[in-house]
Design a protein around this ligand. Sequence first.
Ligand SMILES: [Zn+2]
Length: 336
Amino acid sequence: MSESEWTKILGWPGYRVYRSEINEEAKTVRLWVRRKRGNRKLECSGCGRRIKEIAEVYEREVRDLPCFEYRTTVVIELYRLRCPDCGIKAEKVGLLPSKAPFSKRFEEAVGQACESAAVRRVARQFGLAASTVRAIDMRYLQRWAQGRRRPALRQMGVDEIYLGKQQRFLTVVTNLETGEPLWFGGERKKETLDEFFEKHLSAFQRSAIRAACVDMWEPFRQSLEQWVPECRIVYDKFHILQHASQAVDAGSRQAASVERPVCSEPAHSQSLSPQGEPLTVVELHLRRRHVAVLAELDRPVALAAAETDGETSPHVTGSSRGHLELLPDEGTDGSD
Ligand SMILES: [Zn+2]
């Protein structure tokens, strides 16, 4: 096959194949590519600025999608640039999103496979180590998270996940309208939630939050009061019932005091919905969302846990499921 035919089949925009090698025994294809003549816009990978001065030419070999039964790798000619701001830096190449030896579309294929199969199976399918598949999937998810538009946060959920004796708690912020986990913080202090409000939302974004569904954990309430004073606080029924049953266990005097637990936040808690739905309806609505959120947590929790401490905690999945098992019980009170 001619080099120009390989160029077409490879389909890397802006690059042409100038050499190819087929190994029938090993069933591998190796292609060497360099920039097409018209493709001379070089960008610094440090700052994104356009650079003309080339300091060095070098090669990188990455794995790409297979060609029929042949495992395919591409050797790409790259430049190190002399950036006035960053010094000598590699050029930015969209086809190579990380320092790992894989093309972007190869990583995408692996990440997509991870959406419907266990890591070990994906590893076998692509002939990769399981740890490599996990790393690829993490980058895939991070790129996906960066590239998309986030819907406004108007109804937020704040929850804690118990991770076991060592790591203790993780605070989870979710968008209750989309059912999506947004942020994870270590521990469950006021400072934990403060960090979310301070670093991840602008004043404008905070002002858009109309309601927050939280468990009855005082530090969270204090943080909400400080950062989103206009927001209504709704306690989720599971935690109210938990508190109630604890109080009943503790004695009849305390039991009497939990008859109106929802009203413990008088200024904010009458109704969650802007449409004025009754509170019970809203609570149930929220609770279902919560269940949905928790059911979807596995991969995003793994992502967040890895961002927090640099590796995926094996406790996370188990504990979020454990939490989930508790939730269906709350629906047996006949209010459905
Ligand atoms: Zn630069």
